[in-house]
Design a protein around this ligand. Sequence first.
Ligand code: SF4
Length: 448
Amino acid sequence: MTKLDKIAIILPKGIPFRYIKGQFNVYSLSTVPLTIPALVSLIPKELNIKVEIYDESIEIINKESINADLIVISAITPTVNRAYKYADYFRSKKIPVVMGGVHATLNPQEALQHANSVICGIAMENFPQMLRDFKENKLQRIYTQQENIDLSQMPLPDMDCYKSKSKFPIKLNGIQATFGCDNNCEFCVQPLVCSGYHQRPVEQVIEEIKTIKSKFIEFYDPNIARDKEYLRRLCEGMIPLKKNWVAPATIDLADNEDLLKLAAKSGCRSVLIGFESVNQNTLNEIFKGFNNVYKYQDAIKRFHKAGIAVAGSFVFGFDSDTKDVFKQTLDFINKTHIDMPRFTLNTPFPGTPFYEKMKQENRIIEYNWSMYDCNHVVIKPKNMSVKELQEGFDWINKEAYKLGSILKRVEFVNLSSLLVLTANIGLKTKCGGSVKYTRNIMTDNSDI
Ligand code: SF4
């Protein structure tokens, strides 16, 4: 038997959080991620393990003071360099390290150069198994998630674990009903990280929502509208709970007027739609041809008519994009009154077929994973220069979040309009002005 009295779980800091210091922290503004609460809830009670959590988004980690038998680190690609630094440090102190999260899932062999073991995909079965194996001195190198994982066994996340972390109130209102996605949009990691699409039982999700004190719920699902019958049951279950909620969804949700009404009745106040591009050729090229640009405007009107605000995601740097794409997209956003536009750059995440394709075409210009934050150009675009792409991206972020643009754009669709306005001001701070995304600011090679 190996000693396993205490584990420490570390979440290295992410890019949006590097600018916010002090106790009034990012989780006072945006919802706490579920990673740590989910992992804490998965620790088998019979193992009697103490757990300490360290979330670098809201605290400075004094690594020398961490005293545990096992370190668990979860990271995404732009935070993985820091994760590796932590892993190397603890292993130099002879403390074993286990890594999980999107980057390690897609690149287990790379992660194993820094960790003793890697947990791939949804941790529900493999995290407790890893702890049991560790204790019995049988730790495996890689834990692979089953494709037919049964999420009905998923315990409720332990939201209490964050409560001592901040003097100010923090937002403990995140929830995830479904995992993964079985569409295959070229730029997206979702189809790969969870090995397909998986649902929790609706009844279990409703029970979890009942435990959330906040009136406002944020779904972390990649696409809450993937299964319309599932969404219908979820909405029906939510009506008596009288919550307000927001979630990502595909645009075809607008095709079903009854479901849209039901969603609004259940408290849906905003959806995040991946429009990605205003050019149909681009959408076909990236295997997202199920989005039809000619139906975008009508769909947005239908959301607004139902009283649901629209956050729209747009990606730049696709092969058919020219330097005109920024102005065309901004005009479209203004014309259609997309309430909260979000912009990212086309990023081939390592471990995906898209990354391999870009590598084969010799188009990767950046191998520092910290730059894979979707705000930096990391590939050679086809129809503009790297400079034009980065400058166009910075331009649209700034233009879309000028105060005048916000006021013109926001549709005052319902009582949540104040929420939309507040979200826009928040996004203005992040995207539009005070923080300029430059290579120097965003590269995080700082010491741990
Ligand atoms: S972009 Fe959306 S629809 Fe496409 S694969 Fe990702 S989650 Fe699924």
